[in-house]
Design a protein around this ligand. Structure first.
Ligand code: SAM
Length: 214
């Protein structure tokens, strides 16, 4: 992975953005898509399982699933500011013995990351140019469940994305967002040995949860 992606991620997912996320989480709890994912995972019976959250941001999925009884979590994130906030929440919740953090690009760090029972990616694939590489590498880390949240691939989201990319270009920020084909991503997860168990919509997002089938 290029430095361009991670340097761009650092400047977009910065201290200010991390604090904004923290304030919203404290005030309202998890956002709608995160809550759907947490509720769906909880219904699967996840007590004692391990979690790998890729691009975990300030760590909402991890904190919430630890409350639901998972054994431990590992977060891999390309933003130091987000990791710092996730760690401060961890200290506040006294969950230091259950949480691990890896800073960097998941694809670069992947060879040193072991398999986990659950792998989650919320709003990460849309930050990543090569969805196939990200999905292939991340599904290989999931022993039981794979769950990801991504933008719908309609004309409207593609047009909004073009405007967003223009904004980054004008701001001279190398970071870019991507709308990948929903069918291509779903087919790839299935090809990699998973069966989709739930598929929910919360405009403009899709929340898909898969269970290992072979
Ligand atoms: C839009 S934020 C989503 C954060 C969180 N999952 C949420 O939904 O609130 C994208 C997150 O993915 C991280 N990220 C983007 N590309 C990444 C990569 N290649 N490896 C690891 N983290 C990445 C960013 O640093 C950021 O924390």
């Amino acid at each position: 992975m290029t430095c361009i992606h991670c340097c761009g991620a650092e400047s977009i997912f910065d201290k200010k953005e991390a604090q904004k996320n923290l304030k919203a989480y404290r005030k309202k709890g998890p956002n709608k898509t995160t809550q759907i994912l947490i509720d769906t995972m909880s219904k699967q019976g996840i007590e004692g399982l391990t979690l790998l959250d890729i691009g975990g941001g300030i760590g909402v999925i991890q904190h919430e699933l630890i409350k639901k009884g998972i054994a431990n979590s590992t977060d891999v994130d390309a933003s130091t500011s987000y990791i710092e906030v996730a760690k401060s929440l961890m200290r506040e919740n006294k969950t230091e013995d259950k949480m691990n953090f890896i800073y960097g690009d998941f694809i670069d760090a992947s060879s040193s990351i072991q398999q986990h029972d659950i792998v989650t990616l919320e709003r990460v694939v849309c930050c990543y140019p090569d969805a196939k590489a990200l999905i292939n590498e991340s599904t290989s880390k999931a022993k039981q469940y794979y769950a990801f949240i991504y933008p719908m691939d309609t004309f409207l989201s593609k047009t909004s994305n073009k405007l967003l990319r223009l904004y980054f270009f004008l701001k001279r920020n190398p970071f870019r967002t991507f709308i990948h084909s929903e069918k291509m991503m779903n087919d790839l997860v299935v090809e990699n040995g998973f069966k989709r168990v739930t598929h929910e919509k919360a405009f403009p997002w899709r929340i898909s949860v898969y269970k290992k089938s072979r």
